[in-house]
Design a binder for this molecule. Structure first.
Ligand code: NAI
Ligand code: MG
Length: 501
């Protein structure tokens, strides 16, 4: 099928940003990479080059870490009151809001995602994150401690201090929002940062960098170095003067980060892959469950770490669920993400397109039934059809591996015992999210306790909120982002004991 994809016109602000010569942000200044090298940024819907950004590497990471260290140890940031820090973090949320439409357009263009989703989820989620985290600057309290040997002559307490220079390495599936999830709490805590965006989607982070400068953050507090994982990312994760690295991406690279961090035992937090189950009980509101589980996998072209990629339907409703999700897939409007009528854009890159089509091929070979989709869409850009694979089983590669595309594997189950349900839900090396679809709240909450995953959704999926701790069990990661829990990532606890003599 020959489908010509045209890029819809961008607004004036996004157009002006695209026309700029892109630089990296080090110590408050926009500079080229030391090597002078750049790499091309692509529109994944048309495969057109939409810009070039600096290919930062070890030399640039070194300069950025030096700037972050200086800003952490001395100068206006080190002396800033929690109140003023809070105001700056809040102001950055306001600036994101003022430029929301422009940022949504850049995100849709660079990542391929539908612009309407980019505006209401990615950009709004980023605004909300800064506004929520701003409050933490003034709430980072220690505790007074009653020591067990106290004879009344001890005063013991804890202090909560910023962890220091933080390296943050983020992926391409929610480029701006991942930057916000990382930057907002680290800034609220008083850390300084070197951020490395994903090479597939560097644009929104660079525009964000301009807003960080405009907000008035002192030089060196946030440094943004675009570059590749194997060069800039690796240099950041092994850097001896980085106190902590926060990473979101593949489980494979997560393990490399852990090894790289061993040199100076920097603190590590990881948000990694998933193969999240969505479990539909016979008593579920099927209209809600079908629409919800379809969205759980097709949203963001299936490129969500929490995507509901293993769909389990009780055998009494299995046919209805398969038919219903397939009907939802057929309703999806595929096209350029910048077209407001589109709700499924291209995958982010050729690499991702090859990965997903490879899994479609392997699913077929292993005997999955392709109920709908299963093919690439058009002959330009990285589109694949939303796909429902039925009659799948636990041994298939498509069921065991994170596909990271709009491909759901449906399995029927006939157990009524919750332990048996939990067993198949937990039959994965991952543990990021699970969703439970039922009208029986007792069943839902009991099952929530039995599933080994960091986040459980009841009658919804892909839920996230700045106040709701988020992270994984098992190989889905270490630590929790958001809520008060994220402050553990960006602070150290210092214990003080005084003998009152
Ligand atoms: P990736 O894990 O290679 O990339 C994520 C980030 O890590 C990027 O900024 C990249 O430059 C950086 N990176 C890569 N190699 C590195 C290294 N050796 N040291 C330090 N940083 C490094 O993910 P990729 O290759 O883009 O996607 C592969 C698969 O990973 C996807 O198909 C998906 O299954 C999974 N993934 C999961 C994500 C999540 O949200 N949990 C996000 C992106 C990918
Ligand atoms: Mg990779």
């Amino acid at each position: 099928m020959n489908i010509a994809i045209r890029r819809p016109t961008l607004g004036p602000d996004a157009t002006a940003f695209l026309a700029k010569e892109h630089k990296i942000l080090i110590d408050g200044k926009w500079v080229a990479a030391q090597s002078g090298q750049t790499f091309a940024v692509e529109d994944p819907a048309t495969q057109e080059v939409i810009g070039h950004v600096p290919a930062g590497d070890k030399a640039d990471i070194d300069l950025a870490v030096k700037a972050a260290r200086r800003a952490f140890e001395s100068g206006p940031w080190a002396r800033m009151t929690p109140r003023d820090r809070s105001r700056l973090v809040w102001k950055l949320g306001d600036l994101l809001e003022q430029h929301a439409d422009e940022l949504a357009e850049l995100e849709a263009l660079d990542n391929g995602k539908p612009v309407t989703n980019a505006r209401k989820d990615d950009v709004q989620g980023s605004i909300d994150m800064f506004h929520y985290m701003a409050g933490w600057s003034t709430r980072l309290n220690g505790e007074t401690i009653t020591v067990s040997k106290s004879d009344g002559n001890w005063h013991a307490y804890t202090l909560r201090e910023p962890v220091g220079v933080v390296g943050q390495i983020i992926p391409w599936n929610f480029p701006l929002m991942m930057a916000a999830w990382k930057l907002a709490p680290a800034l609220a805590a008083g850390c300084t940062i070197v951020l490395k965006p994903a090479e597939q989607t560097p644009l929104s982070a660079l525009r964000f960098g301009e807003l960080i400068v405009e907000a008035g953050f002192p030089a060196g507090v946030v440094n943004i170095v675009t570059g590749f994982g194997e060069t800039a990312g690796a240099a950041l994760s092994e850097h001896p003067d980085v106190d902590k690295v926060a990473f979101t991406g593949s489980t494979e690279v997560g393990k490399l980060i852990v090894k790289a961090a061993a040199g100076n035992l920097k603190r590590v937090s990881l948000e990694l892959g998933g193969k999240s189950p969505a479990i539909v009980f016979p008593d579920a509101d099927l209209d809600v469950a079908i629409a919800g589980t379809a969205d759980a996998i097709f949203y963001n072209q299936g490129q969500c770490c929490t995507a509901g990629s293993r769909l389990f339907a009780h055998k009494s409703i299995y046919d209805k669920v398969v038919e219903g999700v397939a009907a939802e897939a057929k309703k999806v409007r595929i096209g350029h993400g910048l077209d407001p009528k589109v709700n499924l854009g291209p995958l982010v890159s050729k690499e991702q397109h090859d990965r997903v089509t490879g899994f479609l091929e392997s699913g077929r070979k292993e005997g999955a039934e392709v109920v709908t989709g299963g093919k690439v869409h058009g002959n330009q850009g990285y589109f694949v059809e939303p796909t429902v694979l039925a009659k799948t089983n636990r041994d298939m590669r498509v069921v065991r591996n994170e596909i990271f595309g709009p491909v759901v594997c449906v399995q029927a189950y006939d157990d009524d015992d919750l332990d048996a349900v939990a067993k198949f839900a937990n039959d994965t090396e991952y543990g990021l999210q699970a969703s439970i679809w039922t009208r029986n709240l007792k069943v839902a909450h009991l099952l929530a306790r039995k599933i080994k995953a960091g986040t459980i959704c009841i009658n919804t999926h892909n839920f996230g909120d700045p106040a709701w701790p988020f992270g994984g069990y098992k190989q889905s990661g270490w630590g929790r982002e958001m809520g008060k829990e994220v402050m553990e990532h960006y602070t150290e606890v210092k214990s003080v004991a005084a003998k009152l003599v």
